[in-house]
Design a protein around this ligand. Sequence first.
Ligand SMILES: *Cc1c(COP(=O)(O)O)cnc(C)c1O
Length: 375
Amino acid sequence: MHSIQMVDLKQQYTRIKREVDAGIQEVIDNTSFINGKAVSDFVVQLSNYMSCKYVVPCANGTDALQIAMMALDLQPGDEVISPSFTYIATTEVIALLKLKIVFVEVDAQTFCIDPGAIEKAITPKTKAIIPVHLYGQAANMEAIMEIARRHHLYVIEDNAQAIGSDYTFSDGTVKKTGTIGTIGTTSFFPSKNLGCFGDGGAIFTNDETLATRLKLIANHGQSKRYYHDIIGCNSRLDSIQAAVLNVKLKYLDTYIKARREVAFYYDKAFADHPKIKTPYRAPYSNHVYHQYTLILTGVDRDGLNQFLAENNIPSMIYYPVPAHRQKMFEKLGGKDYKLDVTDWLTQRVISLPMHTELTTEQLKFITDTVLQYVN
Ligand SMILES: *Cc1c(COP(=O)(O)O)cnc(C)c1O
């Protein structure tokens, strides 16, 4: 049996090697390393895939969030509501821009921001909400957009873990996650569902004025060569990364399908186990399984993590420390928050290997080994 990886990028690459290598070679042959044709092609391809009018490529998913917040012209002291149960980037950029983070609770079933908690956290200073589509499942966007409309708030969707996911509204309308809020952001970090061979990111919006601002900010606020209108930054997607993404975007739906098959295998193996809760599937979201994350009860979670490692099965705890308990937010009052669901999840979640190359033999070994420990 092939060794089990958390994410098997090497085997995935082997299948598309010829196409990817040709794309990279073309960039090298043209020496069009910055803003080359591969980048403009990718922008068109991605905006078609997402059914989104404007796609602004940038250097990574963290920059995407930062540029989004800069484009909304948020001012120091403005409040931004975010879940604490997320990757640090989401909340870090809020603090970096001197905005006030308001940490809220997540829903224990979906792992995503709890709309009821948002409503309670709104003050006259609230300007924006950042739902994170954690592990590949959408937050309850219909409820979030309704709250945002009522309180005139911006919504920035952190779609780094859910690219390709469809969201179905109660009237039947279907939209891609990342294109529902005011702005959406994503990351092409190699292990993401659509990953490049280094760092990369993108920003989505259907608002023309915002799109113009996003592009300006990502490029030193430059409206015309050497004329700089607003303060921005330097955040670009390299042509070589765009060349990789042009190939991989074509396979994204196939990759998602493979991930779902893995998830169904796990679901079946752990079905109705009293100590294992498999991922909940919200009716409005079609899960793209960036992670396959279990909630354990009455099981020594870190013991299982260790036992799996001894059997050469990687597993991960996303995330062992929620944002509000991170040292970086101590002076910003992180410790004053009481987020019981977040703390509860942090102690009980474990993510199993999830990628496009897992075989039935590997899956059987993983699930048998988990059950051997848990039972
Ligand atoms: C990966 C990730 C980011 C940051 O993306 P980078 O490209 O690593 O900067 C932001 N938010 C979430 C939820 C992520 O998973």
